[in-house]
Write a protein that binds this ligand. Structure first.
Ligand SMILES: Cc1cc2nc3c(=O)[nH]c(=O)nc-3n(C[C@H](O)[C@H](O)[C@H](O)COP(=O)(O)OP(=O)(O)OC[C@H]3O[C@@H](n4cnc5c(N)ncnc54)[C@H](O)[C@@H]3O)c2cc1C
Length: 220
């Protein structure tokens, strides 16, 4: 795979690492600074439905944006020499890459995906830096190429995948799911279960599509 193909492949498959796979590590997954349980709160524990007037909606979305997300991580695609037997490795948050797994294997090369907890600890543009981080996780691999983007450093992003900060779900989730008239908000950011993952984008899309269908259904 050429570098261009690797980048295109990575872009097409961004999100291919399933949330559940990461989630499955439970308490040992110290990679992200995840601070909330992703299981939705029982209905009885949800706050009373917050006001849904224009000012309240605006305040909620602006506040969520200003607070930014809790995660500070990086994701990196790694091309390593040769056919690497499949593996899935975890380490502590003290490692620049703390989740590493094989994704695509060929006879002459293997593409792996890695996640780091702190973007300042890994220069994802440096093959040498990624090689050192990979060595700590899985010695014996030769890193040929890397493809990544440090979204935390990007002035147009300044953030990365969504991980709620403590209290945000309890305070705002119900309100963030409210439509504004005929405008509905489907986003991984306001998903009930898999917020921060592609699964959450799908979940919220289904939720809002059902609401719209119900609103358009003939009365009676
Ligand atoms: C580095 C990184 C790695 C990730 N890795 C994984 C992973 O391995 N597995 C996983 O499941 N998830 C992963 N995620 C999370 C996943 O990518 C997101 O949860 C998912 O893409 C969110 O989908 P969405 O449709 O809610 O929002 P988005 O994909 O963000 O789509 C929103 C769209 O709206 C557009 N937009 C914004 N404002 C406006 C406007 N005013 N007018 C018009 N358009 C607008 C944006 O340009 C964007 O195209 C990762 C995220 C990042 C940042």
């Amino acid at each position: 795979m050429t570098k261009e193909e690797l980048v295109v492949h990575a872009a097409r498959t961004e999100g291919s690492v399933s949330g559940p796979a990461i989630q499955a590590a439970g308490p040992t997954t110290t990679c992200t600074s995840t601070t909330h349980a992703r299981t939705p709160a029982p209905t009885a524990l949800l706050p009373p439905r917050a006001g849904n007037n224009r000012a309240a909606r605006r305040e909620r979305w602006l506040r969520a944006n200003a607070e930014t997300v809790a995660s500070q991580g990086v994701k990196v695609w790694v091309k390593a020499r040769g056919r690497v037997p499949r593996f899935f490795a975890y380490a502590s948050q003290r490692h620049p890459i703390c989740v590493l797994k094989t994704e695509f294997t060929d006879d002459d090369a293997t593409v792996l995906v890695g996640f780091g907890p702190d973007h300042t600890q890994l220069d994802v543009t440096s093959v040498a830096a990624v090689q050192a981080a990979v060595d700590a996780m899985r010695p014996g691999l030769e890193v040929l190429e890397v493809a990544a983007h440090d979204w935390m450093k990007d002035p147009l992003s300044r953030t990365t995948w969504m991980t709620h900060r403590p209290g945000q779900l309890t305070r705002d989730l119900a309100g963030l799911q409210q439509p504004a008239g005929v405008v509905h908000f489907a986003s991984s950011d306001n998903a009930s279960l898999w917020g921060g993952f592609v699964d959450g984008a799908i979940e919220s899309g289904l939720r809002e599509a059902r609401r719209v269908a119900a609103e358009l259904a003939p009365a009676g």
